[in-house]
Design a protein around this ligand. Structure first.
Ligand code: MG
Length: 162
């Protein structure tokens, strides 16, 4: 199994790209927040098996769509990034939900504003990232919500790997 950070990198996403978005979300509430804390938070979210499985699934579908290997109607839906598809957001919400309602509202905000690397991923010229844009938003929202809950408190929301 390919390490999750390597898989993300193969798709053009660095941990710092995700941490940057988490930082943007949290800095207004936590003025002493550092990028290092955000990087740790992203890596903690990424350490969860359910999060990794969501990433493996979504990235595989993006990859298959780029290679035109999906059956119809999925191939056409993925190529046009059909706005009513919605399965990409649903999968990403599985990541965000781990940290409660704050994660959910941040995810909605990111979906609208698309800051930083989300803008790049949303550009069709850069490949098919139907799932990855939402997964990265979900990761950033989760990492940010984890910081918002505070480390000690956040641990109560951490689900065990199973
Ligand atoms: Mg999408």
């Amino acid at each position: 199994m390919i390490p999750i950070e390597k898989l993300l990198l193969q798709r053009g996403v660095k941990i710092t790209d995700i941490a940057e978005i988490a930082f943007l979300l949290q800095i207004k509430y936590n003025p002493v927040l550092t990028m290092e804390e955000c990087i740790v938070s992203v890596r903690t979210v990424l350490s969860k098996r359910e999060v990794q499985y969501a990433l493996y699934t979504g990235i595989a579908l993006d990859n298959l769509a780029e290679r035109k290997l999906l059956p119809e109607p999925l191939q056409s839906i993925m190529e046009s990034d059909e706005p009513l598809y919605g399965v990409d957001e649903t999968l990403a919400l599985g990541i965000t939900n781990v940290y409660g309602m704050i994660g959910l509202t941040s995810f909605g905000y990111l979906d609208k504003v698309k800051p930083a690397i989300l803008q790049q991923l949303n550009n069709k010229a850069n490949g098919i990232h139907v799932f990855l844009d939402d997964l990265v938003a979900g990761l950033a929202a989760a990492a940010s919500a984890r910081i918002a809950h505070g480390d000690a408190n956040a641990n109560q929301y951490d689900l065990p790997d199973c």
